[in-house]
Design a protein around this ligand. Structure first.
Ligand code: PTT
Ligand code: SF4
Length: 607
């Protein structure tokens, strides 16, 4: 099975045992790898209704057949589990040498099961696997642990770790690597912490078997050459994702004051141009030709900033000072928690305070109060005082203190940094994303602002599905960074060619798209099985975008409309072959080879 290593490493922390399992070629063909493999394992193996923070949840690090190979950015790894934030399927995609080393150590995935009695870390060195004591590292921040473990095991050993937020089961704790990479927004770090697993250290020096090595190498060189000669390449290298601040301001989608507005008066103090001025270093994930890790100084040291981080910890909180934002970003990175959710929970309490809920909160915090935000960030990571409430995420906070009308989440995952008062397709993308409100599966906003902006057309629903297929069915399964395609316009045609040279399989775009549809249907089935009920309310964007129009800017007065949104959602379900509640029909499941799923979902399924 060239391309794949054909092996999954399973480590059971309760039993302190590990085993190498063969990857079924039929599963590899139908699900490819990454997110596909992860959801297949979770569906097949998790007892329905399992507590995400119990030993019965499984934490999966899944690569794909292109991961670890040279070419356009294949140094990425999916990290997945049942989410403690949403109660549904959760994943993220982290750039790390651990991705490359895991594959070179001979594995396509690592599945961590059970719970260790005491803090441990897993050390993988090719076919040698050890479960080692992590007592000395528990409590340390994510960056310090990575340094210490590399001192012990060598710089060629890659590390993914958690910080105090993961240990303290903050529901949006992430897995961290390389100091600037943070993956698994829906609480994958908390799942790792619940297993008493501080880190995974992996060294691998073997070969990845390829169907046609010479052809693969030739294509990889040509693809990178095309990407780096793109007209947008040099601007991208200067600003990376940070130029999105200026773009979002122009388009009135920059989240401001907890998504009350789409424009921020001080945007030019926090945008890509300012990042360029302050930059001290540029770093990248492994095997990347278009580094996007822009480092700038903050109060306690330097840190990588990205668009989402700046918008969520800046304009969304009313903070217009880039270095202060960078400090909040640095706290999130070292503590190991997601900046998007952190910016949402702090924004939510600022608004709650403004709206007179301070009695329930026990304090007042005003827009733009950096010192308070800094304190709240630390308190959240350590679950100190009110931080214990913030660590639960916006949905749970609003259920406890009120404010559901301005709780900005879908299915419990906080919305990423695009305001959707005037963006129905982007709102649909958030509402139907397979992990809750993340932009990763369909960043349709860049297309939407250039088209019939306030339209609720079938074309918009079709565009969301098209993007979800490409992002979910291609990049999350062969596992590579999607930014070469999104940001410097690398043609999608390269990927089936590279895939064929690696695996020998004639993979057409239709093949990848169908895999994407299969994965989407299975993830949806997983959510339904876990919740025990389902309805279209679950696929509805936050109330604020319907009920509270933008109060300023060129799109003043804009808001979403419920009836029209429901029409858009109907189009979406129809294209996917799901019924009016958002449940895949039996016919759809059978067409995708998921008849066994229909059997288990039983009463939910329509013919
Ligand atoms: C990703 C999400 C993003 S998406 C950003 S900024 W972005 C935030 N970054 C965080 C951070 O930094 N520190 C922190 N403590 N929390 C953070 N939360 C947010 O996490 C990320 C890049 C980016 S930067 C993007 S768009 C692309 N995302 C990809 C994806 O999803 N799939 C894929 N195949 N390729 C992608 N390439 C790009 O990767 P999550 P990373 Mg990521 C400091 O993790 O869970 O998917 O959330 O992991 O290695 O940092 O890569 O403007
Ligand atoms: Fe990593 Fe950015 Fe390169 Fe993608 S473009 S591989 S996220 S450094």
């Amino acid at each position: 099975m060239p391309g794949w290593q054909g092996s999954i490493l399973r480590v059971n922390l309760t039993k302190r045992k590990w085993v190498v399992q063969r990857l079924d070629p039929a599963v590899a063909r139908d699900f490819i790898g990454g997110r596909g493999l992860a959801v297949k394992i979770l569906w097949d193996e998790l007892p329905p209704g399992v507590d995400p923070l119990s030993p019965h949840n499984k934490l999966i690090f899944a690569a794909g057949p292109l991961t670890g190979l040279p070419g356009p950015n294949f140094g990425k790894l999916v990290v997945a589990a049942k989410s403690p934030l949403t109660g549904g399927y959760g994943d993220g995609n982290i750039g790390s040498w651990a991705a490359v080393n895991l594959r070179k150590a001979g594995y396509d995935a690592l599945v961590v099961e059970g719970r260790a009695e005491r803090p441990v870390y897993i050390f993988i060195d090719g076919d040698k696997v050890e479960i080692l004591d992590a007592g000395d590292y528990w409590g340390l921040n994510a960056w310090a642990v990575e340094e210490k473990l590399q001192k012990i095991h060598g710089r060629d050993a890659a590390v993914v770790t958690i910080g105090p937020a993961g240990e303290n089961l903050v529901r949006f704790a992430t897995v961290v690597s390389h100091k600037g990479r943070s993956g698994g927004r829906p609480g994958m770090g908390a799942v790792m912490g619940s297993k008493n697993l501080k880190a995974v250290v992996v060294r691998g020096k073997g070969e990845i078997p390829l169907a046609d090595k010479a052809q693969y190498q030739k294509l990889a060189v040509e693809a990178v050459k095309e990407g780096s000669s793109s007209p947008s390449y040099s601007f991208w290298m200067r600003q990376g994702t940070n130029s999105t601040v200026e773009w979002a301001q122009e388009a009135s989608v920059l989240p401001t004051y907890n998504y009350t507005e789409g424009q921020f008066d001080e945007f030019n103090k926090i945008g890509g141009a300012m990042v360029e001025k302050l930059e001290t270093d540029l770093k990248a994930c492994p095997l990347c030709f278009m580094a996007c890790g822009h480092w700038i100084p903050a109060e306690s040291g330097t840190v990588e900033v990205d668009y989402e981080n700046i918008a969520m910890l800046g304009s969304n909180l009313g903070i217009g000072d880039l270095q202060k934002i960078a400090e909040l970003n640095r706290i999130a990175d070292t503590m190991g928690m997601d900046t998007i959710s952190l910016g949402n929970v702090i924004g939510f309490v600022m608004e709650a305070s403004e709206r007179g809920l301070e009695d329930k909160l026990g304090f007042v915090v005003e827009w733009g109060d950096y010192e308070a935000a800094r304190q709240l960030a630390y308190d959240t990571a350590y679950r100190r005082g009110v931080g214990d409430l913030l660590a639960e995420g916006v949905k749970r906070i609003s259920e406890r203190i009120g404010g559901e009308d301005f709780a900005i989440h879908v299915k419990g995952l906080e919305v990423s940094a695009y305001d959707c008062h005037a963006a129905p397709a982007m709102a649909l993308a958030y509402a139907t994303s397979p992990i809750g409100a993340h932009h990763k599966d369909a960043w349709v906003i860049s297309w939407e602002v250039k088209t019939d902006r306030m339209g609720y057309t079938r074309e918009k629903a079709a565009k969301v599905v098209e993007l979800q297929r490409i992002r979910g069915g291609w990049f999350e399964t062969f596992v590579g960074c999607r930014l070469p395609w999104v940001e410097v316009g690398l043609s999608l045609d390269w990927y089936p060619k590279l895939f064929k040279a690696a695996t020998g399989l004639d993979a057409t775009p239709d093949y990848f798209n169908e895999v994407g549809d299969r994965i989407y249907a299975l993830i949806r089935a997983f959510w339904i099985r876990e919740y025990g009920w389902w309805n279209r309310e679950m696929d509805t964007p936050p109330k604020k975008w319907f009920k509270q129009p933008l109060s300023r800017g060129p799109l003043k007065g804009a808001h979403l409309d419920y009836d029209s949104y429901n029409k858009l959602l109907d189009y979406y379900y129809e294209i996917r072959g799901w019924d009016a509640r958002g449940v895949p029909t039996q016919k759809t499941l059978e067409r995708l080879g998921l008849g066994y799923v229909a059997e288990q979902l039983g009463r939910f399924i329509e013919l």
